[in-house]
Write a protein that binds this ligand. Structure first.
Ligand SMILES: C[S@@+](CC[C@H](N)C(=O)[O-])C[C@H]1O[C@@H](n2cnc3c(N)ncnc32)[C@H](O)[C@@H]1O
Length: 377
């Protein structure tokens, strides 16, 4: 397992990483906020937005050159099947997006992170800036990037009522995500109780990104680590990570944060919702004695009985038919074939049991590949 915090300038450090080694990149680069003077809250106190040294650039040309350098580094390190997420505000995201397109990245989506509790516009001089934009891109148009579609749906608690959600109803995840900004206990504090970092991202945001666009065991890279939110969520979801951050203090706090995180094994982490069922055949289940040749297959209402042949086909009214054709015949429907697993039953312990249920039980008995097997967590 790679679990690494590198303290250094990402433009140099990306050069040292193996080419095409990362499955997923999340980048939260300097925004170049260009804040002039001190912003005052309505009640008169200073607002500590982002005026940090790492966010200062001389000119647009300077910012563009920096952006192009780290994006080139990311492009080199990203696997052809990988994808990259970049987050930014209005000050930088258009510059970044234009450079990404110039470098050949292919946009998959842009996502609006709508902040549920945005910082107010203290002066009332313009709209309250309540969102940031995320660009999600692949290395090329034809890239086969990971998207756990059903996991994304599972994570979507919007567009349905609480009641519908409790009943398991889910809708496609859209491109506007609503999360609060990082605050309260989640916010890292320094030894004097002050906010450690001005732009710590909410864990929920990274959790969603990593869960839907990578697989268990994948390598996640973040060139602008900050408080290590990406590494923490990667570890929680059973991914490997490499975090680069040039500020030693953030690295130090970040290492402590990562140390305390454990892998939380759960269907979301394993993208269980997206797993294709293991293909099993009737012949295989006959060989494993899930079914036995000569046994009777019934329709649920008992209106027809067929007999299982040693080939896995069924004898019905003197004809040897595959299970789907025989089901259509037994149900007297117009279609030539219907899914036999939905209609045939056998007797187990005196009760009628769906053959689909027996197939599921057999699937579950087959050992699944587990990339984390054997790792001490
Ligand atoms: C927007 S913040 C990232 C915050 C992070 N996503 C989090 O949740 O804490 C950008 C970070 O990049 C770091 N940084 C700026 N330029 C850098 C560079 N050239 N190489 C490495 N890190 C850099 C800054 O020190 C800062 O912590």
């Amino acid at each position: 397992m790679t679990e690494l915090v590198i303290c250094g300038n990402c433009i140099d450090e990306l050069e040292r990483l193996s080419p095409e080694s990362a499955d997923l990149i999340f980048a939260d680069p300097p925004y170049w906020m260009r804040v002039d003077g001190v912003l005052k809250r309505v009640e008169g106190t200073d607002f500590d937005g982002c005026q940090d040294g790492w966010d200062q650039f001389e000119s647009l040309g300077d910012y563009e050159a920096f952006t192009e350098s780290w994006l080139r580094g990311c492009c080199r390190v990203l696997k052809p099947s990988g994808s990259i997420w970049v987050i930014g505000g209005m000050q930088c995201i258009y510059t970044i997006g234009a450079i990404m397109q110039r470098l050949g990245f292919w946009f998959i989506n842009d996502v609006i992170w709508h902040k549920r509790n945005p910082t107010p516009n203290f002066m009332g001089t313009r709209l309250n800036n309540s969102h940031e934009t995320l660009l999600w891109a692949a290395k090329s148009k034809k890239a086969k990037y990971t998207f756990n579609y059903r996991t994304a749906k599972e994570l979507n608690d919007e567009n349905v009522t609480a009641d519908e959600y409790a009943k398991g109803m889910r809708r496609q995840l859209g491109s506007v995500w609503r999360f609060p900004v990082c605050s309260g206990a989640e916010r890292l504090r320094d030894e004097s109780g002050q906010k450690l970092h001005s732009t710590q991202k909410p864990a929920e945001l990274l959790h969603r990104i990593i869960a839907i666009s990578s697989k268990l065991g994948d390598l996640v890279l973040d060139p602008f680590g900050g408080t290590m939110t990406t590494g923490a969520e990667a570890k929680r979801l059973g991914r490997q990570y490499i975090m680069i951050e040039r500020d030693e203090r953030y690295c130090e706090y970040g290492r402590q944060r990562l140390e305390a995180v454990r892998f939380e094994d759960a269907p979301i982490a394993r993208a269980i919702y997206d797993q294709k069922p293991i293909r099993v055949t009737m012949e295989e289940m006959l060989a494993k004695r899930v079914f036995v040749p000569g046994e009777a297959f019934y329709m649920r209402s008992g209106e027809a009985v067929a007999t299982l042949d040693k080939t896995g086909k069924l004898w019905l009214s003197g004809e040897l038919l595959d299970m789907h054709t025989s089901a259509a015949r037994a149900r007297r429907v117009k279609a030539k074939r219907i899914n036999g697993f939905d209609y045939w039953y056998v007797i187990r312990d005196g009760a009628r049991v769906s053959i689909s249920e027996l197939r599921e039980a057999y699937r579950e008995s087959l050992a699944s590949d587990d990339p984390l097997a054997g790792d001490a967590q």
